[in-house]
Design a protein around this ligand. Structure first.
Ligand SMILES: Cc1cc2nc3c(=O)[nH]c(=O)nc-3n(C[C@H](O)[C@H](O)[C@H](O)COP(=O)(O)O)c2cc1C
Length: 223
């Protein structure tokens, strides 16, 4: 089976891959050790972190490299390292231990100023040729916050995968009160917190919550 490895050699090895890989070769095979896939299988949504510091900058960078609809990246990530701020945030997160035990708490916020964001994008990217299409799309959006939130979750996925690759412990969290988090961080009214990501040093886990995945046959239909 082909393994995927995030390294400088990946482009080279990928160029040797057959043009067409039959579906059956990709399914249900155990991941090879020390690969992107095995690191994804290593990661858990942890409840506790070790006390040591971790470098979260590559994780943040990975999040900023996520694709988004029309490339608008309609979100902002607030990285909260300051312990006192995280202690104040904890009650807004139902007292979850990860908030204070982690090294850094990423707060993914959807931007509600999608019209302004698209203008900003057009100016900064110089993509005037797509103005009409973009304005039509934004003008027809039924729920701008829901749309912006979906883009923020793609960035969350990139951050989760990067953290796993770097063996940084993580926990995505929706268990919080958005308005209370926004107030504590004095967020601009155009920012709506949608999901958190606690990052820190791995620690011993009590194993209360099982690592469970439905089988691929339940999740994937191959045609
Ligand atoms: C969007 C999202 C929100 C979550 N919210 C919380 C949360 O508030 N608190 C928590 O302890 N775990 C939270 N989790 C973790 C899930 O319970 C966990 O990912 C799931 O049980 C699968 O376990 P695993 O990630 O360890 O494989 C969340 C996960 C996701 C993806």
């Amino acid at each position: 089976m082909r393994s995927w490895r995030l390294s400088r050699t990946s482009t080279k090895s990928r160029s040797k891959a057959p043009a067409h890989i039959p579906f059956k070769e990709m399914s249900n095979a155990p991941a090879q050790p020390d690969t992107f896939l095995s690191n994804l299988e290593w990661r858990r949504a942890v409840k506790h972190f070790g006390a040591g510091p971790v470098d979260v900058e590559p994780v943040i960078r990975a999040a900023t490299q996520a694709p988004s609809s029309f490339g608008l990246q309609p979100y902002r990530i607030v990285a909260v390292k300051d312990k006192a701020t995280r202690e104040r945030l904890q009650p807004a997160c139902y007292g979850q231990s990860q908030v204070t035990e982690c090294d850094t708490l990423l707060v993914f916020c959807a931007r509600t100023d999608v019209t302004g964001r698209s203008e900003e994008f057009l100016k900064a990217s110089g993509a005037e040729a797509v103005r009409g299409m973009l304005e039509g799309f934004v003008g027809n959006l039924q729920d701008q916050v829901a749309w912006a939130s979906r883009q923020a979750y793609i960035a969350l996925g990139f951050a989760l995968a990067a953290a796993a690759e770097l063996k940084i412990a993580s926990c995505p969290m929706e268990g919080f009160v958005p308005a209370a988090v926004a107030q504590e961080l004095a967020l601009d009214s155009t920012l709506h917190p949608v999901v958190l990501l606690a990052l820190g040093e791995p620690a011993e886990e009590d194993g209360t919550w099982p690592r469970f995945r439905f089988p691929e046959s339940d999740l994937v239909r191959r045609v």
